[in-house]
Write a protein of this length. Sequence first.
Length: 242
Amino acid sequence: MSFKEKINKTKLPEHVAIIMDGNGRWAKGIGKLRIFGHQSGVGAVREAMEGCVDLGIRYLTLYAFSSENWSRPKLEVQALMELLVNTLAKETQTFIKNGVRLNTIGNISDLPKRCQEKLLEIIDLTKNNNTCILTLALSYGSRMEIVESTKSICAQVLAGTLNLEDINEKTISKNLETNDLPDPDLMIRTSGEQRISNFLLYQLAYTELCFLPIMWPEFVREHLFEAVYNYQSRERRFGKTS
Ligand code: FPP
């Protein structure tokens, strides 16, 4: 029986987040340049997206470029931005066919103009799709997101539109860039590294974590199905007893 057949369709995670890691190491391992690893990672993005659509997972969030990734060699950054634009252009029909709505978090204004324009174009084109919401985290860093959220809350208090006593966990969630997304139920990271790397720190508080010992270009939908199957065997207690 395949993992897909074993999955309980009534207990699906609503939101899966993925740290796509290991492109560079995978490429190096076969004697190629790092960018070849990123290019090969595009197929894995499609696998993850179509796997979510196939299962009926409503939200998929991918860590595509962190705010720290800007300090990589200039050529690699340029190649990644180029790859983003080309992939969005090429995969437009895949988004439409699968009913995928594109969304972003992160400082999109840091990206080259043509990336911003392409993102806006596809976001607009897919705005009425509702099968799966694909969020790309681009120039994203969770600590900075929390800093910005804090500033916004302080500004509301200073303006008199929010009482200090009324600030609670929901206030923070509502002031994060992910305010229109549920917290992830399952977070997958490839490459065998077991860390969060400044990704959705507040939102992952009770998320089940799954670390896969494969590199991102090797990721296929079967890995998603296996991770979802394993997720379903866990008891989520949210700090309470069973
Ligand atoms: C991490 O691998 C991966 C990235 C920083 C970029 C992810 C980009 C893609 C999968 C391709 C395009 C994406 C979209 C959404 C079109 P790494 O380079 O850190 O690998 P390493 O840890 O082995 O060096």
